[in-house]
Every structure is written in structure tokens, then in C-alpha cells.
Design a protein around this ligand. Structure first.
Ligand SMILES: [Zn+2]
Length: 173
């Protein structure tokens, strides 16, 4: 019969399972499948300006993380060169892709809007969400208070003079 005594032998086993999970937070992992998310937003910047803002912001992430990570145990856990927001693909001013040990893969796709401004589409893993959202919050996202048009395809609001949806590319009437 299984009694309470078995709990004692289960405990170390349980700890063994939990330890790698806790370590992953320190950046050793990547074994679990990360969730990919994406977000699009429209800014009043021109495409080159928006692109420069992305480069500058991710440079900041790299600098901040470099300081943080030399203090962490990451360098001991990893035998290869750490990927610290390494630029993977740079097609100025349309595409900027980065790789990072902890944040995963990130990409920014920029589309110039004919009527002015730029749409930024960010694709990232769930653990980079706060970085991307903070960045988005700093940008001059166009506020559409009145007289807006709603895209019949994706449902987002935009300026009434837009001929093409800056979010999904649908042609508007
Ligand atoms: Zn749309």
C-alpha cells in the first residue's frame, strides 16, 4: 500500500523537474516552444525615422542587457557566444530582425503609408512582450479621436482619407 512515506521519495523528483523550469528564467533554455505574438501599429513618423527609432531602441536593449548579463550566471551556463540582441537581418528601412538568448527572435517590418506615416509590425516571442509594448508606448502612435474609418477586413480605426488599410493592406472604399 502506498502511504505518506512515498511523498518523501517523490519530493526530490519534483524538485528535479522544477529546477530546469526555474533556470530557464535565467536564459539557459529555449527548450520549450515559445509563443509567437505580433502587433501592428501606425506611427506618424516617416519610414526612415521609424526605422531609426527601432535601431536606437534595440541598441538600448543590447546595452542594458549587456550590463545585466555580465552580472548573471548566464556566461557560465552557456558555452557558445551569448546572443544579445544580435542583428540577424537588416534591410533598411523595411525590415529589422534580431536574435536574443532570452527574448528569442524579434522582427520589425515597416510599411510606408501613402498618405503619410508608417505601419510597424512587430513579431516576437511572448517573453519580449513587455519590451515591445514599452517601445510602442513611447512612439507617436496616431490617435484617432473622431471622424475615423473602420477597416472592413481587420476592424481597426484609421484616418478617413486612407485608401488602403495601413494594418492589413485591404483596399478601402
Ligand atoms: Zn485592415
Amino acid at each position: 500500500m502506498a502511504g505518506l512515506g512515498d511523498l518523501g521519495s517523490l519530493l526530490p523528483l519534483l524538485l528535479c523537474c522544477m529546477l530546469p523550469m526555474m533556470m530557464r528564467g535565467q536564459g539557459g533554455g529555449g527548450r520549450s516552444e515559445p509563443t509567437t505574438e505580433s502587433d501592428s501599429w501606425y506611427v506618424t513618423y516617416g519610414i526612415q525615422e521609424a526605422y531609426d527609432a527601432i535601431v536606437k531602441e534595440t541598441d538600448d536593449w543590447r546595452d542594458k542587457m549587456a550590463v545585466k548579463r555580465t552580472k548573471s550566471r548566464l556566461s557560465f551556463l552557456s558555452r557558445r557566444t551569448p546572443q544579445n540582441f544580435v542583428v540577424d537581418q537588416d534591410v533598411s528601412p523595411r525590415l529589422y530582425r534580431l536574435k536574443d538568448d532570452q527574448a528569442g527572435n524579434l522582427s520589425f517590418e515597416l510599411t510606408e503609408v501613402e498618405e503619410g506615416g508608417t505601419t510597424i509590425k512587430a513579431t516576437y516571442q511572448g517573453n519580449a512582450r513587455s519590451l515591445v509594448q514599452n517601445f510602442k508606448a513611447k512612439m507617436p502612435v496616431k490617435i484617432l479621436s473622431s471622424n475615423t474609418k473602420v477597416c472592413p477586413s481587420c476592424g481597426k480605426d484609421m484616418r478617413p482619407d486612407f485608401k488602403t488599410c495601413p494594418y492589413c493592406g485591404a483596399t478601402l472604399g
